[in-house]
Design a protein around this ligand. Structure first.
Ligand SMILES: [Zn+2]
Length: 488
């Protein structure tokens, strides 16, 4: 029986694992390769295969990438870092331990501001950021048996652990998406959930509102999209609520998310940290990070999304919404900034509208990213410039953009080749107007009898007659004058 009097508060913390896009692995010179496309077990060596007696060497670039993330997430970068062995056996872990960081990770005490759907902003604490190495990849065969690929074994991995400040599936999704956005801005991770280079695992528990002790938590795995993260978390909150309300107890365990059934299922009981028998890695010295190195990395950070959004609002006069849309991806933001800095520069707000309302739909339609399109920022600015100069009207400009998108030609070339230049010649427009009025006597009579909405009909007829090239402002003005003259 459910007990409607008990209200619960969900408590969620997120663990995010992100592979770092270095050239070589964390502790050996093997190349980091695409885990889906590369031939299995081709990027391996005795170190990442866990052969006895092999010695790991720390990848300096991986440390620098980890530092970028720690700084971008407002963490205190630790000067004294220790790598530790996390001991467990699994077929994808040939050494039977993973080199990780335990007591002394690279980043501590950070935070991140996350925008929620209702427009509010919420600050979520970042408990720690630590470096480790990835495991190999297992593929379970349908008929039984498993294959193992060690290409991924030893790839630099970053774990980002939030404080349990998250209270819903939606908040979990917003936080994870923002982390991914920042990692992509920093150029340290591709953010591809499908390929497993960015993995999100929420720890979820509930407790009666007002209680201070945490309830038993479950950890959710196999989430391969942000939607699954939001839905899986919401499912788990509802499941735990039902368990408690029916007098049961939540079991601490790892649960998988079934992507087609949209439910969670028990996988295994969850280990506690003490089960791993962590101890300092004897084959690696402590890693010292001095202030000069931290300052150097801090100075190399790109402008991050929140700073860009603020600058777009203050410098370009964009709305918060438009600024967010344009900065969602760094490549789009850079494209926009190039467009507004071109010599044919019209107004940034107009350029922003053209990107958001027209260019994005062409990109969707043709399934192309901003890096792939043939329209250059300068050429979009040139097109918008033609509209501003009234050389073509807005509707024609949309057709021209579509032609630019497929042909890669410039707007003036297309306008000239297709004879699309706007007609502002008052004599030519007046002649068409008079002809339209003469050939539609019924509508003209109705208009003169008071049906003033019919003005739209006449505008449409004139524009059609002139193949959309007439200047709409001139048409409206001359049509009003012509109709006034015909009033009895
Ligand atoms: Zn190797």
């Amino acid at each position: 029986m459910t007990n409607p009097t008990t209200q619960y508060e969900p408590i969620i913390g997120l663990e995010i694992h992100a592979e770092l896009m270095t050239n070589s692995k964390m502790f050996c010179p093997c190349q980091v390769v695409d885990s889906v496309e590369a031939e299995p077990n081709t990027a391996v060596c005795p170190v990442c295969l866990g052969m006895p007696g092999m010695l790991p060497v720390i990848n300096r670039r991986a440390v620098e990438y980890a530092m970028r993330v720690a700084l971008a997430l407002n963490c205190e970068v630790q000067h004294h870092n220790i790598f530790a062995r996390k001991n467990y056996f699994y077929p994808d872990l040939p050494k039977a331990y993973q080199i990780s960081q335990y007591e002394l990770p690279i980043g501590l005490h950070g935070w991140l501001d996350v925008e929620l759907e209702d427009g509010t902003t919420k600050r979520i604490g970042i408990r720690r950021v630590h470096m480790e190495e990835d495991t190999g990849k297992l593929t379970h065969l349908e008929g039984g048996g498993s294959l193992v690929d060690y290409n991924r074994s030893g790839v630099p991995l970053l774990e980002i652990v939030s404080e349990p400040d998250i209270h819903s599936g939606e908040e979990a999704r917003a936080y994870a998406m923002k982390i991914r956005q920042i990692l992509r801005y920093l150029g340290v991770n591709a953010g591809d959930l499908e390929k497993g280079v960015f993995r999100v695992e929420p720890n979820i528990s509930i407790r009666p509102i007002g209680a201070t002790a945490f309830g038993k938590r479950t950890e959710l795995k196999n989430l391969n999209s942000f939607k699954s993260l939001a839905d899986g978390t919401a499912f788990e909150i509802a499941r735990q609520t039902e368990v408690l309300n029916s007098g049961g107890r939540v079991v601490q365990e790892t649960r998988g998310w079934h992507d087609t059934k949209r439910i969670t299922f028990s996988q295994r009981s969850k280990e506690e940290a003490e089960d791993y028998r962590y101890f300092p890695e004897p084959d690696l010295p402590p890693l010292a990070i001095d202030d000069a190195w931290i300052a150097e990395v801090r100075a190399s950070l790109p402008e991050l999304p929140d700073a860009k959004v603020a600058r777009y609002q203050s410098d370009y006069g964009l709305s918060a919404y438009d600024a967010r849309v344009l900065t969602e991806e760094k490549a789009v933001a850079e494209w926009f900034e190039t467009a507004v800095s071109s010599p044919t520069f019209p107004d940034p707000k107009t350029i922003a509208n053209w990107i958001i309302n027209n260019l994005f739909s062409l990109m969707n339609e043709h399934k192309q990213s901003i890096d792939e399109i043939r329209v250059t920022p300068a050429r979009l600015a040139e097109l918008v410039g033609l509209v501003e100069q009234r050389a073509i009207n807005n509707n024609t400009a949309k057709e021209v953009l579509a032609a630019m998108f497929t042909s890669g030609q410039s707007a003036p070339a297309i306008v000239q080749a297709q004879g699309l230049a706007q007609v502002s010649d008052e004599g030519a427009i007046t002649a068409v107007i008079e002809r339209i009025l003469d050939t539609n006597p019924d509508n003209l009579a109705a208009y003169l009898g008071g049906k003033e909405k019919l003005i739209g009909f006449f505008v449409g007829q004139v524009m059609r007659e002139m193949r959309g090239k007439a200047d709409p402002a001139v048409v409206n003005r001359l049509l009003a004058a012509a109709l006034a003259k015909r009033k009895p």
